[in-house]
Design a protein around this ligand. Structure first.
Ligand code: UDP
Ligand code: MG
Length: 144
């Protein structure tokens, strides 16, 4: 079954949005398979965002991610990668639709509350990075 990596960024934690964000994925019908609150090391943040290392915003992005604890999660379900991105909304909150997490809770691109994997392949890579010991193996009794 498809899985995606979702991270509530430090601003999302500090603003008390953890429950709200978990609730949106849960109510949609996706299944929580991994959950960790962690303070991120600089080198780890650089690794997570290595594909963006040449971007002008890279240093600021890394500073943002290490500025406080994050909540790292694995969510599972049919089409969860693409649908997760829809639930999150566009990268720049100025363009995120109302009803999406960024559309409802963010203004600044550099403080956009949440990360979600952009493809099935990057999800696998990110889950392996953040959950090296694997996720929790359980099946919802509501899904067959
Ligand atoms: N970002 C930024 N300035 C930009 C573009 C991106 O600060 O001009 C940050 C923003 O926090 C974004 C993250 O870098 O969420 C990763 O960028 P990406 O293009 O992968 O966006 P995402 O996949 O998070 O929507
Ligand atoms: Mg991205």
């Amino acid at each position: 079954m498809e899985q995606t990596f979702i991270m509530i960024k430090p601003d999302g934690v500090q603003r008390g949005l953890v429950g709200e964000i978990i609730s949106r994925f849960e109510k949609k019908g996706f299944i929580l398979k991994g959950l960790r609150m962690v303070g991120v090391e600089r080198s780890f943040a650089e690794k997570h965002y290595e594909d963006l290392s040449s971007k002008p915003f890279f240093t600021g992005l890394v500073e943002y991610i290490i500025s406080g604890p994050v909540v790292a999660m694995v969510w599972e379900g049919k089409g969860v990668v693409a649908t997760g991105r829809k639930i999150i909304g566009a990268t720049n909150p100025a363009a995120s639709e109302p009803g999406t997490i960024r559309g409802d809770f963010a203004v600044e691109i550099g403080r956009n509350v949440i990360h979600g994997s952009d493809a099935v392949e990057s999800a696998k890579k990110e889950i392996a990075l953040w959950f090296p010991d694997g996720v929790v193996d359980w099946q919802s009794s509501l899904h067959s």
